[in-house]
Design a protein around this ligand. Sequence first.
Ligand SMILES: Cc1cc2nc3c(=O)[nH]c(=O)nc-3n(C[C@H](O)[C@H](O)[C@H](O)COP(=O)(O)OP(=O)(O)OC[C@H]3O[C@@H](n4cnc5c(N)ncnc54)[C@H](O)[C@@H]3O)c2cc1C
Length: 285
Amino acid sequence: MFQHAVGLSVEAEIISRGTWTAGYALVAESYGRGRILLGGDAVHLFTPAGGLGYNTAVDDAVNLGWKLAAALKGVAAPAILETYEHERRPIAVRNTGFARQFAESIGLYKPQPCLEDDTAEGQAIRKEAGAYLASHGKAEFNIPGTTFGARYDGSPVIFSEQTVQVEDLPNAYAPTAAPGGRAPHFWIDSSTSLYDLFGFEWTLLRLGKTPPSVDHFILAAAQLGMELTIVNCTLPEVQQLYEAPLALIRPDQIVAWRGSNDADARRVIETVLGHQMPRLEKIAS
Ligand SMILES: Cc1cc2nc3c(=O)[nH]c(=O)nc-3n(C[C@H](O)[C@H](O)[C@H](O)COP(=O)(O)OP(=O)(O)OC[C@H]3O[C@@H](n4cnc5c(N)ncnc54)[C@H](O)[C@@H]3O)c2cc1C
């Protein structure tokens, strides 16, 4: 099979081989129970199209990591761990679905019988097949929407805005600071990203030339043990990008809340740390 695939008689020693089944798009019914939490391939198996398996696994760990740390430190309510499955399982369903589509668009491609004929018709068919496969390759691996556009709308620890509708397209990513998605990136100067200014834990962006006070956030964060970095940025482009003068960003760089003043700071912080959470229903796919 190896010689056949290479197309030449190449000297090779097979030192290991294993069977592998393509075409999986499986998501576990549950991401854990009690003190046992699962992530990565243990809960979602991909057909490896689009390079999504490991990305999804890493994002699970990023989502769970800060919540575990915050719950163990007593900063977040233990119930925040329930939001791990609530936020991440729909993303696994979404991402395995994209991967399956990509796999099918190539796996179900049927080359025409005279593809290899040394004729003008064969040449035309090869050209057509080449164009199809090239466009497939571009679509499969240029997927910023899938990678950056995952959203946790409806999570009980996110202040979702009902008015915001973000189209979920694999090949296009439109940054938005609507709570529930990745904080939009901005180059502050040629070597500094806005992300470089974020704290290791929570970040409160204070944007614009005359930003509102954040004293209530500082006080509530201190009272609840939240490590909060305040980032002041006067660039008008950043305020335009975030469409608000204040934005609270989680340790996993997801916008949890945005607004125009700090009047509700205590409730905001209690909510994003899971202190005001209702019991979550398991989500069926
Ligand atoms: C052919 C192929 C191509 C891929 N290409 C890509 C790609 O381009 N991009 C991408 O993002 N993803 C890709 N993936 C998917 C990616 O490899 C997986 O999604 C990723 O490795 C999952 O990481 P994980 O840590 O969850 O699981 P794993 O990497 O499987 O790690 C689990 C580990 O646990 C160990 N283990 C199992 N049982 C036990 C036990 N009882 N005790 C102790 N240890 C145990 C295993 O040996 C293993 O080391 C590809 C996968 C395949 C098969």
